[in-house]
Design a protein around this ligand. Sequence first.
Ligand code: ZN
Length: 514
Amino acid sequence: MLLIEEKYKPVAKLLLSSGTCPRCVLRLCCVGFPAPYRLPYKELADELWKFLASDGDISPPSKKIRLDDSLECESATQVPGDDEDTDVSEDSQTCNLCLGILQHHCSKEFVKKIFHKVQSAGYEFQDFVFPVSLPAQLLVREHSAWLEAQQEMRKQDRVLEKADIIQLKEAYKWIIHPMISEELGVQAVSKSLFEVGVVFCHQETDEDCHFLATVCKDCFKPAKNKQSVFTRMAVVKALDKIKDNDFCIHFPWPPSLPKTTCQLVDIQCNHASVFVAGRYNKFSRNLPQTPWVIDGERKMESSVEELITEQLKALFKADSFNFSSSGREDVDVRTLGRGRPFAIELVNPHRVTFTKQDMKDLQQKINNTDKIKVRDLQIVTREAMAHMKEGEEEKTKCYSALIWIEKPIGKEDIEFLNDIKELTLAQKTPLRVLHRRPLASRSRNIHTMKTEYVDEHHFRLYLKTQAGTYIKEFVHGDFGRTVPNIGSMMKTTADILELDVESVDVDWPPAVED
Ligand code: ZN
């Protein structure tokens, strides 16, 4: 059963005689069910023949008509018992509407090609989406067929809306999805983390679209990242605007019979990013957070980012990564306590399923160094990652600093600092970061301070501050750019010898039990 309604018979005849393939005939005759499209090509052609010949009013297509010749020829070359195969014989005419997409690109051979590509790429996936990129001129050819079919229907006082005909992509999906799903052993779905995309082109007919640019100039604006102005979007817009008459003058029916079929230019596999979060301690005073490279020259041999991501990237078999963290520390500052939250986006990972034990093993591998230590390593969602940056400014951070004082001090000289609460600082952008940050003045809060006397020139200061406070500058004053500062409050010169981050109060990511 073809499920073509009687009223579409003239349309079917018109298209078949002009060089349109049986599957495209179904589309233009508004057959909205997958089953007929999935019929083996030859069987479908025979059915269509029978359908057209069944009505006495319509004489069977004459043998002079080119396509019928090819159909005949096909029947003759079919190997007995090969009926199951949907392959179209090499010598059959390439369809003037789909340019071979519904003929040559839904064969078992084509599906095998995709299978091999996906298999050799070595991805882990549960299901997949199958986006198809088709040349824009297919839209022009389809428009032409629709206008012609519409005229045919008008003769019967009927209308044929463009929305009623079945889009090429839809028909292609009906045919190809079950075939690829079977071959890959997982389902093609409309939304998936894994994507197998195919890109087709057809050079021979590339110029089909060009007349649209002269008729609808404003639809085709050059875009920075597009190779051609004839994008599908622009062509759809132009076809929507162009008057039927203008279209028919520039692109008369029937469209040329192509000598070649669409070419498969690319099969692209891609897996959506996976996000991994955790917290890190940094125990070294010679380790930058991110690779430190100035004018192409490496200043430090490693970085926190590299020590963490090297193992991650290898395990997830990712193409690249993006590292982010809740704030950062200077190269000479240690991060102690429970550590600093970080998250890493692994781009196009090939491996994505890991057990808790796998993550523990990975953490252990990363921790095989005395420079850093990672905890709470876990896979998180992109959405959860936002927690890390959320309200960063309002968070508090705890530090400990070893301070040198020029004037000799006794225990009693530093006690007054313990009583100061919510001290507001005015901080101009520090001289040391002026090369990468704009000059600005901002106000920050020191919530509390606690002192510990060391000797007459040294003491330790524990601070609880608003995130973003420049601690070094609060100690030495940065030539009066931070006021007040420890030096000014103690009426002497002060300097900072060591600084440690004791805690970063962001309650994300959640702790992972050992
Ligand atoms: Zn076709």
